[in-house]
Design a protein around this ligand. Structure first.
Ligand code: L34
Length: 295
């Protein structure tokens, strides 16, 4: 039996409809939700993600303030720009696209973002609030994964979830969200130190690949009927493609979809959800400021 394909683009569209209505309600109060997007350098993948984010803002009633800075921008200049956006009342969310060039201390820049505008959910304050189940901004990719699973009707209560990858922006937050009572999965996190990855994966009712390694998960690692979520967006060389590359997930899609019960494609799976959660967080930030809820 072939797996049910979870259409991330379609789910993202549904949620964007809800976001657009909330942005319109804010507009009636005289507030336009605003997102500041900062990109340093010209990494092609980052350029395409940031462009997609700005386009999504425009389509959903969110103002975007873009700053594209040269790769050799001094760290002090970037910090000053973040500070300026922290103070700007038209800005409800600030996003510094990662990765940053090597001469810039990523931690310092992230920590400089006001927690009330941290719509990526990357600041230490927000991460702490997430772990403590306090009101916060959830990081966009993990929140998108959870929303995809929920809206697909996959049972999470008592499910065994295996996360492959322990990054600060995907794997670690996913681990925290999956153990929340509202999800109630039992979570195993695998990483480069894991022994017998395949055997652990085969136990998963929900298998989430966020390792950044093309084709890592093969069909033999998937439990029959499992829900497989592919977070990987790897650019692999493909000379027959116009761009010279093609996108491949961390999952060998052909192989895994013959065994899985549910599977997300790449592209068109988690990626569109990431951007949608960013829009949702920006609107949420504007709503919180209006209500006076910001700490
Ligand atoms: N600060 N940096 C910050 N926040 C983030 O949330 C991100 N991330 C990751 C990289 N750096 C970041 C993103 O936005 C990855 N990421 C991201 C966003 C969107 C998509 C993929 C990754 C996406 O839309 N993917 C499309 C295909 C895009 C393409 O054609 O290249 C998809 O359908 O998967």
């Amino acid at each position: 039996m072939a797996a049910v394909v979870i259409d991330g683009k379609k789910v993202a569209e549904e949620i964007r409809g809800e976001i657009k209505a909330r942005a319109a309600a804010l507009a009636r109060e005289g507030i336009v939700p605003g997102l500041a997007v900062i990109l340093v350098g010209e990494d092609p993948a980052s350029v395409s993600y940031v462009t997609a984010k700005e386009k999504a803002c425009a389509e959903n009633g969110i103002a975007s303030f873009e700053r594209r800075l040269p790769a050799d921008t001094p760290e002090a200049d970037l910090l000053a720009l973040v500070e300026a956006f922290n103070r700007d009342p038209a800005v409800h969310g600030i996003l510094v696209q990662l990765p940053l060039p090597r001469h810039i201390d990523e931690r310092k820049v992230i920590a400089a973002i006001s927690a009330d505008k941290d719509v990526d959910g990357f600041t230490p304050v927000n991460v702490g609030r997430m772990v403590l189940d306090e009101p916060c901004f959830l990081p966009c990719t993990p929140a998108g994964v959870i929303e995809l699973i929920r809206r697909s009707g996959v049972r999470t209560e008592g499910a065994r979830a295996v996360v492959i990858g322990r990054s600060n922006i995907v794997g670690k937050p996913l681990m925290n969200l999956l153990v929340r009572r509202s999800i109630n999965a039992t979570v195993t996190v695998c990483h480069t130190g894991t022994q017998d990855l395949a055997a652990i994966c085969r136990e998963a009712d929900i298998l989430i690949a966020c390792a950044g390694k093309a084709g890592l998960v093969t069909g033999d690692m998937v439990k029959p009927g499992a829900c497989v979520i592919d977070v990987g967006v790897n650019r692999v060389e493909d000379l027959s493609a116009k761009s010279g590359y093609r996108l491949r997930g961390d999952v060998d899609y052909e192989d895994a979809s013959a065994v899985a019960g549910y599977i997300t494609p790449v592209p068109g799976g988690v990626g569109p959800m990431t951007i949608t959660m960013l829009l949702a967080n920006t609107v949420l930030s504007a709503e919180r400021r209006l209500r006076g809820d910001h700490a």
